[in-house]
Design a protein around this ligand. Structure first.
Ligand code: HEM
Length: 534
């Protein structure tokens, strides 16, 4: 009798459990409106910013969509973005899981794609130490010297290779930030056969591409691990999809070796007392490594390289596109430079506060009519469930702050489609007044949100200011004489950033003084930059 009762209670308990599970799984969330069903196919047909624009118009400022079982929400107004990504940072600061780009390519060590948690916090502290507003001032010396080299090289080839010259400039700067070295360093490593410039150049786009690979993996059934990450728990010999991952594991081994090489270089110079101040030296100071292992620190030091090259290059290149597209605006910047700097010296960081129109121009370029460098920010993810504006937002939801939409809100940016630097000259610019982001009064939307806001913002803005100020002080820039048009609507997606499609310009010196000064200053810069070699 007791046994029968036991059996009944066991089976009814089982039924109860199943009912509860069914109840939980069938719980209907009140999700923000959005396109019905799985939108994976639509993503293969149109670029994300275009789709987001369409859905924003259709469904309003907060909409949601599903790819497979994955839920994402997109925030298109300042209030929701600030309420969630800034003010509820404890919930909205994670990242969606990137199986290939994060788990496999970096063994979980890359901070940019790391989930919110202890590892990310330690990594982020080091980024902050190395790049906060005060620390960034230290890099100005190198940025100023490198910008003189940019002038020399642009002059020498008439502007044909502006993309290569500016890539070298931004690369040198981030190498300075991480390791206290500069671009030449890659060549030196190359001569040791440890790494090579091409490898290093490849790794970054490689990493960025891997972010895309993750996206593309969404659509192909044979890419099992992306769809079912738990398959990675299988013993390796049973992972039939493994051959597809070998390439990524080789890239990871290569990256790890390169990053450790660079970190060891800093250690040697630090011990010899000749290291330039940089994130690497901060990590070697007492407690500076935040308790991370050497490999973790080496990965943390590589972050400026991964996140700061294409983004800054994109911004400076868009400045050049704007310069040739809007000659009247360029003339006004050059008049300001002539008034403030004169013709007997090159602009320096000391001039920055006296060049408001140039500052406004750079802000307008980052707001950008054509498309911000990182149009959709890097997606955040929720680490807990939340309720906002009557909507349920489950844990693990991907959350996009749609920069592309935010920088075109008409109540903040009058006539948003017009390229108009003067909008940033108004003393009570609504952007400062309404945007209660981290940097009150500053225009930081293009740099992302909340606890994940770009830590390289000061370095990036310094690189942009000094290169653009010097280029416009020295040169007249026009579309190349062969008549090819600079088409601002064409872009190339590098993964993290969008750069303009290749465009051709010609540069000519604006006055005789410039010729002499470029020659003298670049010669001097070449010598002084030796301090950054090891
Ligand atoms: C104009 C150039 C740049 C733009 C427009 C830009 C923009 C961004 C954006 C939108 C994010 C995502 C923020 C978020 O998740 O909400 C980001 C993250 C990041 N940026 Fe930048 N960035 C630039 C330059 C740089 C530079 C020069 C560095 C380093 C030297 C850098 C380092 C990083 C890092 C490490 C992250 C990841 C932060 C995290 O996940 O916690 N960026 N950036």
């Amino acid at each position: 009798m007791i046994m029968v009762f036991d059996n009944i209670s066991t089976s009814s308990a089982g039924v109860l459990v199943i009912l509860v599970l069914l109840l939980i799984s069938s719980r209907r969330y009140r999700l923000p409106p959005g396109p019905p069903g799985n939108v994976a196919v639509e993503f293969t047909e149109s670029p994300m910013p275009v789709l987001f624009d369409k859905w924003r118009k259709q469904y309003g400022p907060i909409f949601s969509f599903k790819i497979g079982t994955k839920l994402a929400i997109v925030l298109n107004n300042i209030k929701a973005t600030s309420d969630l990504l800034d003010k509820k940072g404890d919930i909205y600061s994670s990242r969606p899981r990137l199986v290939v780009a994060h788990d496999i390519l970096s063994g979980g060590k890359r901070g940019l794609s790391a989930p919110y948690g202890d590892h990310w916090r330690r990594w982020r502290k080091l980024q902050h130490m190395g790049m906060n507003e005060r620390a960034a001032v230290y890099y100005r010396e190198q940025q100023t010297l490198e910008a003189a080299i940019v002038l020399r090289d642009l002059l020498a080839d008439g502007g044909n290779s502006h993309d290569e010259i500016l890539w070298r400039f931004v690369t040198s700067v981030v190498l300075g930030v991480s390791y206290g070295c500069h671009w030449l360093q890659i060549r030196i490593l190359m001569s040791y056969g440890k790494s090579d410039a091409n490898h290093h150049r490849r790794t970054v786009p490689g990493q960025c591409r891997s972010l895309n690979i993750d996206r593309s993996l969404l659509y192909y059934h044979h890419q099992r691990p992306r769809k079912w990450p738990s398959l990675l728990w299988l013993p390796k010999p049973l992972q039939w999809f493994r051959p597809a991952l070998t390439m990524f594991e080789e890239i990871r081994a290569n990256d790890t070796e390169t990053y450790l090489d660079f970190f060891n270089g800093v250690k040697r110079r630090f011990e010899a007392g000749i290291a330039k101040e940089c994130m690497g030296t901060y990590s070697l100071s007492k407690g500076g490594n935040q308790g991370m292992t050497d490999v973790e620190v080496a990965y943390a030091l590589s972050a400026p390289f991964s996140a700061g090259v294409d983004t800054t290059l994109s911004t400076i290149q868009w400045c050049l596109v704007a310069v040739v597209t809007y000659p009247d605006i360029t003339t006004r910047i050059q008049e300001e430079l002539d008034n403030v700097v004169g013709r007997d010296r090159l602009p320096t960081f000391d001039d920055e506060g006296s060049l408001p129109y140039l500052a406004a121009f750079i802000k307008e370029v980052t707001r950008r009519l054509w498309r911000p460098a990182v149009p959709l920010a890097i997606p955040h993810a929720t680490s807990k469930s939340d309720v906002y504006a009557g909507y349920d937002i489950p844990a693990g939801t991907t959350v996009y702050g749609n920069i592309n939409a935010l920088v075109k809100i008409p109540s903040l940016f009058e006539d948003p489609e017009t390229f108009n630097p003067s909008r940033f000259l108004k003393p009570h610019s609504p952007v400062g007044g309404n945007w209660k982001g981290k940097v009150e009064g500053e225009f930081t939307i293009p740099f992302g949100f909340g606890r994940r806001v770009c830590p390289g913002i000061h370095v990036a803005l310094q690189s942009t200011f000094i290169s653009v100020a010097r280029i416009l002080w020295a040169f007249d820039i026009r579309p190349a004489a062969d008549g090819s048009r600079v088409d601002a609507t064409k872009t190339v997606n590098l993964g993290l950033a969008r750069i303009p499609a290749p465009f051709y310009i010609s540069v000519s010196v604006r006055h005789e003084h410039a010729l002499r000064l470029i020659e003298n200053e670049s010669r001097d810069a070449e010598l002084r930059l030796r301090e950054w070699e090891f």
